[in-house]
Design a binder for this molecule. Structure first.
Ligand SMILES: [Zn+2]
Ligand SMILES: [Zn+2]
Ligand SMILES: [Zn+2]
Length: 163
């Protein structure tokens, strides 16, 4: 089985999913001796609040800054940190970010985006990787980065559309 889909089911225990992801992120950063500063943690927590893509501006608005008003660069730097450590992915087509549910191992994300509810999910596909590698080799091209982003309807939205 090489293709796996990762849209959370409507009944999944998100409180648990969120706290596990946060604990995993902390453990992973501790191993790398990288620091989850309060700002980085605040951004990661907002990304983990749901399974939707969030732009830097939305993230800024959703953090409780307790009176202070940080510059947007604070958010961008925190996002850079999270992305470089594999804890978040940038979704190029939306100019938005998502928390990575498989933090801690190297992988190239392939992302499905529901255009109705804005949920995002990663999928793994070794066949796409292989196809890109072969096409690049055949044309003498050296790929640096492959971005796979697929828009459509998640299964929940598809069901409610036909109901
Ligand atoms: Zn969840
Ligand atoms: Zn990922
Ligand atoms: Zn949907």
């Amino acid at each position: 089985m090489t293709e796996t889909s990762a849209f959370p089911s409507t009944t999944h225990d998100h409180a648990r999913c969120r706290s596990e992801a946060l604990a995993q992120a902390e453990a992973m950063l501790a191993r790398k001796k990288a620091r989850l500063t309060p700002d980085r943690r605040a951004v990661l927590e907002v990304l983990l609040d749901d399974h939707q893509a969030q732009g830097a501006y939305d993230i800024m608005e959703r953090i409780d800054w307790r009176g202070r008003r940080p510059a947007p660069t604070v958010i961008y730097r925190a996002l850079d940190f999270l992305v470089s450590h594999g804890l978040a992915h940038k979704i190029e087509s939306l100019n938005a970010f998502m928390a990575c549910p498989h933090a801690g191992h190297e992988h190239r994300p392939m992302i499905m985006i529901c255009t109705n509810c804005s949920q995002v999910a990663e999928f793994a596909s070794t066949t796409i990787d292989k196809a890109v590698a072969k096409a690049a080799k055949d044309s003498g091209f050296t790929p640096r980065e492959t971005t796979v982003e697929v828009t459509g309807l998640c299964s929940h939205c598809r069901e409610s559309a036909t109901a």
